[in-house]
Design a protein around this ligand. Structure first.
Ligand SMILES: [Zn+2]
Length: 173
């Protein structure tokens, strides 16, 4: 198992709250790897966490810069904006790659439904609503019914290599 805690930098200014990202990749089953990523943003005194967990959507990027909730982040070397951007991209795409409620053929439809109806549509409480969509009721390619298992997405080798490389950013508390 590989677990890395990264000191990304600070929000606002050099005295602002620190930003940490934790990346975990573990082997399980027959040659499978599970990736999970979470983050913490501390208050300036480092006495309490202001936001934590799946905070990835609060990062925004513009060339050479990164923001958290619109506040500039002062990235701490050796971390760079480019690497942080890649981490967030990997996070978005591969976090909990072993826990997809949809099969890979349903992914496109799921993203468009998310855009149209928001996350609430995919709450378990709306399972009848989900299944009223024929393609979710039974995938036309593989027959899978949405939400009846956790389906797995294999991590591409470049993602595995990138995640392994992240250990060089590991810092000690
Ligand atoms: Zn399918």
């Amino acid at each position: 198992m590989m677990k890395t805690k990264i000191d990304v930098g600070r929000v606002g200014n050099a005295r602002g709250g620190s930003v940490e990202i934790e990346i975990e990749m573990e082997d399980y089953g027959k040659s499978r790897k599970r990736l999970s990523i979470c983050g913490n943003v501390w208050n300036a005194r480092h006495s309490d966490i202001e936001s934590g967990g799946q905070i990835l959507d609060h990062f925004t990027f513009s060339p050479g810069r990164v923001f958290y909730y619109g506040e500039p982040v002062v990235v701490k070397p050796p971390m760079t904006v480019t690497i942080l951007k890649r981490i967030v991209d990997v996070w978005k795409r591969w976090h909990l790659n072993d826990m997809h409620a949809e099969c890979e053929h349903q992914e496109k439809l799921k993203s468009s439904m998310l855009e149209k109806h928001g996350e609430g549509f995919f709450y378990a409480s709306n399972i009848d609503g989900i299944w009223s969509e024929p393609e979710f009721s039974a995938c036309s390619v593989c027959g899978y019914r949405y939400g009846t298992a956790w389906t797995y997405r294999e991590l591409p080798s470049d993602v595995v290599a990138f995640v392994n490389m992240m250990s060089r950013f590991q810092f000690n508390f």
